[in-house]
Design a protein around this ligand. Structure first.
Ligand code: NI
Length: 156
């Protein structure tokens, strides 16, 4: 396992669409392990593969209840609304107010290439939306009401 360099806003790789994961192999296993290490080391609650320069549909999320590893995630359902502070490891020292669904249901593959469905609310739902956006080359800064403000360097 290793810590990878986190790409920051302005890096073109963060604007690209990612490709589906079609098979699990050693390279992808190592990538997932490195993404978890990198997220935990940086103190984030989520990380998407393009943030470490890899254009594959993989996200890791841990809001403090253990990790979710999702490949090729798709949002099947959303419900409600939440408005709150959001940050991103690719935009260090900044945060902004973003409105997201309060509930999401996501279909994805887990690290064993098994199809799973996960339901999430509140912070976890926000993390799913934020990380899945990264796979489409979208950053939360485009959604932040009234722009970004300075915070201590940590975030999603
Ligand atoms: Ni992010």
């Amino acid at each position: 396992m290793a810590i990878r360099r986190i790409r920051e806003l302005g890096d073109e790789v963060l604007t690209k669409r990612c490709k589906d994961v079609t098979k699990m192999n050693l390279r992808t296993k190592i990538l997932i392990g490195d993404m978890l290490d990198t997220m935990y080391e940086a103190g984030g609650v989520g990380l998407a593969a393009p943030q470490v320069g890899v254009l594959k549909k993989i996200v890791v999320i841990d809001i403090g209840e253990g990790p979710y590893i999702l490949m090729n995630p798709e949002i099947l359902e959303t419900g409600g609304e939440q408005r709150g502070e959001e940050g991103c490891l690719s935009v260090p020292g900044k945060a902004g107010v973003v409105t997201r669904p309060n509930y999401v249901k996501v279909r994805a593959l887990n690290e064993n290439m098994e199809e799973i469905e996960v339901e999430a609310e509140e912070l976890l739902a926000r993390a799913f939306c934020h990380e899945i956006d990264h796979l489409d080359g979208k950053m939360y800064v485009e959604l932040a009401e009234g722009g970004l403000h300075d915070v201590e360097p940590e975030g999603e």
